[in-house]
Ligand binder design. Structure first.
Ligand code: MIC
Length: 706
């Protein structure tokens, strides 16, 4: 049977299982990507494996998220990550060097390879013909330890792009927004989107990157652009001609589904608050007053994305950004920063009044540049979940650089097609001096690696422990949540909260703070609880803190109408039972405070039962719950989490000796406690005993600095 490129890559990397949609498979990973906000937990969990050096061909630790450095916390994380990378064999991209996805595309992505990344937008690497998948930190840690990654074998959707874009006013961003409009935010679950057709060939690599990145926002597993001459010349420009590979779909390849987009019929699109799939034509929102325009982020931070707004401003005789507006621009990488500096685009933007930011994630994850209250913000980013910008009642619209560029002029959302002929862009200079990886540091050799001590600061705490599942689970419903709860609701974005990514007890204090401020109090009072939720629970980012924080608070199970892929897996990896309703209307029976009993859970999981029996103590109603755990996921849950499962199944818990791991853990414990953290590491189901250190959310937490 003629195969899609996705199936060829999967076949080449298959460690176990059958390529039948939905059936569990394990795949070997060639590469891994980590960023600082998820990387600290990922690498600390890697340490727990006791493996001396990583076992993938290439892993890169980036620092691009937590870079505001309001106090020592971010800086301590960076220092620890640099040492961990050097010791265990990862490359380290220093802060300011660029946004992980953008730099990885420039310097490391390889057609035909696989990659697992501790960031949902890892899918961006599909622009070069990689199969790149986002995951929680623990799954990435386990892959670094040499294990394959387990996932449901995806369906492969052919996205056939016909025609060409009416550039520059209709852009690649509009293609992915059109897909979001059609497929919606959870419609891509367990699907890989493979792009074909003449419209695909016409897209540059950074344009493909914008689309592949936001496949994550369809809930998709990956997006793949088969490599072609455009890919080859991109790699040549990056001095990486040798990384090109002649791979592609077989002639007549079969796909599970086909979507056709006629690019000639596409207009500029905008995603309204509060979900990337809330897409309308720009004409529907044109005229909306805005207070902010932000250009850049991991998507739309390439040369042309910045050159167009620069040219729009310069073309109008030096017209400045409308005085009612605040505007920012973020280049994707140091390479792009150098290119816009040299070409004059930087000057066009800066002269126009755009605030030029360093190449980091920045406002996309609420790291500064929060918009004013009661105002709209227009951004070329990939997400607009409520509060993500840092302003709790925010109102964020997502768009292409073309829409952003013309809206700079008036302070309203504008339809760029009303602006006639496009201005000429300043040409991109030669990249030559910028392709050296002088700011990406190689790991130490084995001898030096052994001697490297890992510096840790007082905000850095060991990951929670996993406890084996008991025979039954019984707990009170601690919260009932609606559809589309994002991991940002569970573990919020922004400078204040994200500074605690290495400190689960502290970050737990912010869980659901806007959705249900009483949630934490209830769990503290009751000691444990269940979460009940609607559809697409845990959509959005891969942050496993959305599972780690509830685990710390005592959440034992989440019962939802449906789960987003990465979060479902994160719950399981951390030993939280993720179940669905057999009859979704049973969701309506759930009330905060009720006690739900899963009396035969262990037995049912051991036996591989398809359904799980539940009973509501008050009133005695019986409910039928479902699960879709693979055999190994059942074993993970029985063991209480992925790390304990690996320890059980390998006897020693890793490739190295158990003694080595114990020693490391002791040393780690001393170091973690160094600042008076008082972390006992025990307690029920990962619950820690250092609550005394945790003050109300929003105040300082732990450590001697406060
Ligand atoms: C995001 O875009 O939501 C993030 C911030 O990059 C996250 C990672 C994180 O929460 O650290 C993601 O996409 O996984």
């Amino acid at each position: 049977m003629p195969l899609s490129l996705t199936h060829q890559i999967l076949k080449d990397h298959l460690a176990a299982g059958e390529l039948r949609p939905g059936s569990p498979i394990s795949i070997h990973m060639d590469q891994a990507l980590l960023q600082d906000a998820t990387g600290t937990m990922a690498l600390m969990q890697f340490e727990e494996l006791g493996v001396p050096r990583i076992k993938v061909e290439r892993a890169v630790q980036y620092v691009d998220h937590n870079v505001v450095q309001l106090d020592y916390k971010n800086a301590d994380d960076h220092r620890m990550l640099q040492a961990l990378a050097r010791k265990y064999g990862l490359h380290f991209s220093r802060p300011g060097n660029g946004i992980s996805h953008y730099v990885h595309m420039e310097r490391f992505g390889k057609p035909g390879q696989t990659m697992l990344g501790a960031d949902s937008h890892t899918t961006q690497a599909g622009c070069l013909g990689m199969l790149a998948i986002g995951a929680g930190g623990l799954d990435v840690a386990v892959v670094l330890g040499g294990h394959p990654y387990e996932i449901a074998s995806p369906e492969v959707v052919e996205v056939h792009l016909s025609g060409t874009l009416d550039r520059p006013w209709v852009q690649a961003k509009d293609i992915i927004l059109e897909l979001l409009r059609r497929v919606r935010a959870s419609g891509g679950k367990n699907k890989v989107f493979e792009f074909t057709g003449p419209g695909t060939a016409d897209l540059s690599v950074p344009e493909r990157a914008t689309i592949a990145n936001m496949v994550a926002d369809l809930g998709g597993t990956a997006g793949v652009f088969p490599p072609d001459e455009t890919t080859r010349s991109w790699l040549e420009r990056q001095d990486r001609a040798g990384d090109f590979a002649e791979v592609g779909p077989d002639h007549g390849a079969e796909y599970d589904e086909r979507i056709e987009i006629d690019l000639g019929a596409l207009g500029p699109l905008v995603a309204k608050p509060h979900n990337p799939d809330n897409v309308v034509g720009v004409e529907e929102v044109a005229g909306t007053e805005i207070a902010q325009v932000c250009i850049g982020s991991s998507v739309n931070s390439g040369y042309n994305d910045l050159a167009l707004p620069g040219a729009v401003l310069a073309d109008r005789g030096g017209q400045i950004v409308n005085p009612r507006l605040a505007a920012t621009a973020t280049p994707g990488s140091r390479q792009i920063l150098a290119a816009i500096a040299e070409s004059g685009v930087y000057r066009q933007l800066s002269d126009g009044g755009v605030r030029m930011l360093e190449p980091v994630c920045g406002p996309c994850v609420g790291m500064g540049q929060a918009p004013p209250s009661d105002a709209n913000s227009l951004r070329t980013f990939n997400r607009n979940f409520p509060g993500r910008s840092g302003t709790p009642e925010d109102s964020v619209f997502l768009c292409s650089p073309a829409v952003a560029a013309v809206s700079l002029l008036t302070g309203r959302i504008e339809d760029p097609r009303q602006y006639g002929d496009a201005p000429e862009l300043l040409p991109m200079p030669e990249l030559r001096p910028y392709v050296d990886d002088v700011h990406i540091f190689a790991p130490a050799d084995d001898a030096e690696a052994e001697r490297i001590e890992i510096p840790r600061g007082p905000n850095i705490k060991r990951p929670p422990e996993h406890r084996p599942l008991g025979d039954a689970l019984e707990a009170r419903i601690a919260t009932v949540q609606p559809d589309d709860i994002s991991t940002g609701d569970l573990a919020p974005d922004g400078v204040e909260v994200m500074a605690y990514r290495s400190n689960v007890p502290a970050i737990a204090e912010f869980t659901l703070r806007h959705r249900d401020p009483e949630f934490r109090r209830r769990l503290k009072e009751w000691g444990s609880g269940f979460i009940v939720a609607g559809e697409n629970y845990g959509q959005g980012s891969s942050r496993e803190h959305a599972a780690l924080a509830p685990l710390h608070l005592g959440v034992k199970a989440v019962i939802a109408k449906s789960f987003a892929r990465i979060h479902r897996r994160n719950l399981i990896a951390q030993g939280i039972v993720a179940l669905t309703f057999d009859d979704p209307s049973d969701y309506d029976r759930a009330e905060v405070g009720q006690t739900w009993q899963l009396r035969e859970l262990r037995h049912e999981l051991e036996q591989g039962a398809e359904t799980i029996a539940a009973r509501i103590e008050e009133g005695g109603q019986e409910l039928v719950l479902r699960h879709d755990f693979s055999e190994s996921e059942r074993a993970i849950l029985l063991a209480g989490g992925l790390l304990s499962h690996l320890r059980e199944s390998e006897g020693t818990g890793g490739a190295d000796s158990g003694a080595g791991r114990a020693e490391q853990r002791d040393a780690g414990e001393r170091a973690h406690d160094g600042g008076g953290g008082g972390d006992s590491g025990g307690g029920d189901g990962g619950r820690r005993e250092d609550e005394g250190l945790i003050r109300e959310a929003g105040q300082g937490v732990g450590g001697h600095h406060e």
